[in-house]
Design a binder for this molecule. Structure first.
Ligand code: DP6
Length: 361
């Protein structure tokens, strides 16, 4: 009997999209209606850490614990699909090398923790599924034969936005055209080291659980919003090109303009949904106005834009800005949202987080 322990631990950070993914053309394979692009945040602040272990002695069932609570792995669910796809890749490796232990035939036990409160209203599915795929890839020793983009194709089937968290830095999810989803995967646009000066500030406006989960909300938008069709056809393709170029050129003004426009367009599509979906609240809108004011003042002085806001499926603001601007931004936010409200309604997380390190490691 071998006493080798087959276990791997990996972490993956949260990513925040600047060109939003909103809508699926295939809900089962998780194929999006448009390309998207995100920045992966610093691992120190918001990340999921996952340990995966395989053992011949485990009984037949795969099991998974999330923040200490066991999750049911439903037979036709996303977790099942991800684990099965990873086992298939391991099986292919074992088929080529008969000396390898048959880990693909053993059950796995997975344990995942977020280093941020799940209740904080911040997307945890992206980092969670990315860490799951990364830890299984390490357990099954799939890389480098299987590329990170290939792994992202599987993470995508856990949660669309998860495919982007496998990479650090600036990441595009190419929606693809094939019905099989073979060409729907994440690619690196630029590593974090290319533009390390960009930072992210997350303003937790509310830590309440969101009203309409993204998975349900986006399909309601697909079914009812004419504006979404315009977004898919006429808006996103050009923005993907322009923001990729802005990142290559480290052109913050263009990056900021596109980021804010895309957040607003996404929330307009939510409003165009029947019945409408409201994610932003009065505090979110006040932060939009404040950022617009700061940018106007900065541009009046002949300087560029100070910051860019973006909002996901909830009221919390993420502000992207060059490092040098962060003190002014923080000071202004503290001024307009004084300490009295700070703890309850306006908490700052990830103060000046570096806009990424590596994806999963
Ligand atoms: C607004 O990836 O959570 O954050 O694929 O159904 O799991 P599913 O949805 P999810 O949606 C994220 C939506 C978003 C925009 C984005 O991250 O691009």
């Amino acid at each position: 009997m071998s006493s080798t322990i087959y276990q791997a631990t990996c972490s993956a950070p949260v990513n925040i999209a600047v060109i939003k993914y909103w809508g699926k053309r295939d809900t089962s394979l998780i194929l999006p209606t448009n390309d998207s692009l995100s920045v992966t945040l610093d691992q120190d602040h918001l990340r999921s850490v996952t340990t995966a272990r395989a053992d011949a002695s485990f009984d037949g069932q795969d099991r998974l614990w999330l923040n200490g609570e066991e999750e049911v792995i439903k037979p036709d669910g996303r977790l099942r699909r991800c684990i099965d796809e990873m086992k298939k890749l391991r099986q292919a490796k074992e088929a080529k090398d008969a000396s390898l232990p048959k880990l693909s035939e053993w059950a796995v036990r997975v344990c995942s923790e977020n280093n941020f409160p799940t209740a904080a209203g911040l997307a945890s599915s992206a980092s969670g599924f990315a860490a799951l795929i990364a830890s299984l890839a390490a357990l099954y020793e799939l890389q480098p034969e299987v590329s990170t983009s290939e792994l992202s194709r599987i993470a995508r089937q856990g949660s669309g936005s998860a495919c982007r968290s496998l990479f650090g830095g600036y990441v595009a999810w190419q929606g693809g055209e094939q019905a099989s989803g073979q060409d729907s995967l994440a690619v690196e646009v630029a590593p974090q080291s290319h533009w390390p000066d960009l930072q992210a500030l997350i303003c937790v406006v509310s830590d309440a659980k969101k009203g309409t989960p993204s998975t349900a909300g986006m399909q309601r938008t697909v079914q009812t919003s004419p504006l979404l069709q315009h977004r898919i056809k006429d808006v996103v393709p050009q923005r993907m090109k322009d923001i990729s170029a802005a990142i290559q050129n480290k052109d913050f003004d263009t990056f900021a303009n596109i980021t804010m426009a895309d957040s607003n367009n996404f929330h307009a599509c939510c409003l165009d949904t029947a019945p409408p979906i409201f994610y932003m609240n009065d505090v979110s809108r006040a932060i939009v106005q404040l950022t617009e004011e700061l940018n106007r003042a900065s541009e009046a002085e002949g300087k560029g834009k100070l910051a860019a806001y973006t909002y996901d499926a909830g009221p919390n603001a993420v502000l992207y800005a060059p490092k040098a601007n962060m003190p002014t931004i923080l000071q202004t936010i503290r001024h307009y949202f004084p300490n009295a409200d700070f703890d309850d309604t306006f908490d700052l997380l990830g103060k000046g987080a570096n806009a990424s390190h590596r994806g999963a490691q």
